[in-house]
Write a protein that binds this ligand. Structure first.
Ligand SMILES: Nc1ncnc2c1ncn2[C@@H]1O[C@H](COP(=O)(O)OP(=O)(O)O)[C@@H](O)[C@H]1O
Ligand SMILES: [Mg+2]
Length: 255
């Protein structure tokens, strides 16, 4: 399903690669550029967008799945970043095991809500379960996050593989790079397996450097672009957002 307004999915397969950090950072950067942004926490098992932002939520996805609230009623606007968040519920078996019918309803609700925003960002959960693929199916672009760890690369490749038949434009973000050349080498490794096994060459959206200010900002529940706006890693994220704005459709290079 492709909505008229752009929907971006942050994906990784593996957890712990900075998917949520980047979803929040890109959302804030787009908001700073004047866009209205909805950030939907689609991680059904380890939701933590609200924690990273230090948001006070009245209701969340757990209430929606239990039928106690409509998705629209869970939305919280975060004044610091200007993002509107649809918060998730962490560690909830109920949400993690939502039925097909519930997932159908949720994806329809997200598609409908996305019409009220310039851009919608989905923080997809880790893993490759049906729910991850279902939410990915809503998106126009999948920003696939990897680090240089072999398991992160393998899981990023696996995500691209299982979603390759969806009408989804895959682009790569290398996170926690020690340097520009090592980030490029990580991208080249992922591109090689995509070309070899999938005859596909997803473009590099950008490289984000490793920086101890990231965990420090997360600990203080303050978004990095607010806490360290001039840091290199903040500049990396602003550059990613600028590329998303400047290239609404990036044509994938032939393999
Ligand atoms: N660029 C970075 N530099 C340093 N640490 C990072 C960076 N990106 C993410 N991290 C760290 O990685 C951990 C996982 O981040 P998180 O956003 O929760 O990942 P995910 O959503 O993929 O599980 C956090 O402790 C965070 O501080
Ligand atoms: Mg996360």
């Amino acid at each position: 399903m492709t909505a008229a307004r752009p929907i971006l999915a942050l994906a990784s397969g593996k957890g712990g690669v900075g998917r949520t950090f980047l979803a929040v950072g890109i959302a804030q950067a787009l908001a700073q550029a004047g866009r209205s942004v909805l950030l939907f926490d689609a991680d059904l098992s380890a939701a933590n967008v609200d924690l990273q932002l230090g948001l006070h939520k009245q209701a969340d996805l757990g209430d929606v799945v239990a039928g106690r609230a409509a998705l629209a009623d869970t939305l919280v606007r975060d004044d610091r970043t200007g993002i509107t968040v649809a918060p998730g519920r962490s560690g909830s078996g109920t949400v993690g095991q939502a039925s097909h019918a519930t997932l159908d309803r949720l994806t329809c609700d997200v598609a409908a809500l996305s019409q009220d925003f310039d851009t919608t960002i989905l923080d997809l959960g880790g893993g490759l379960e049906g729910s991850v693929r279902r939410f990915a199916g809503l998106a126009d672009r999948a920003l696939v996050v990897t680090s240089d760890e072999p398991s992160a690369l393998a899981d990023a490749y696996a995500f691209i593989k299982v979603t390759r038949d969806q009408p989804l434009q895959h682009e790569i973000i290398v996170n926690m790079a020690e340097s520009e050349p090592s980030g490029q080498a990580t991208y080249a490794a992922l591109r090689r397996v995509c070309v070899h096994f999938l005859a596909k060459q997803p473009p590099l959206l950008g490289i984000v450097h490793r920086d101890p200010r990231v965990p420090e900002a997360l600990k203080s529940q303050t978004p990095l672009l607010s806490r360290h706006p001039t840091s290199k890693v903040a500049q990396d994220i602003l550059r990613l957002a600028r590329r998303l704005i400047d290239h609404p459709e990036r044509s994938a290079q032939p393999a």
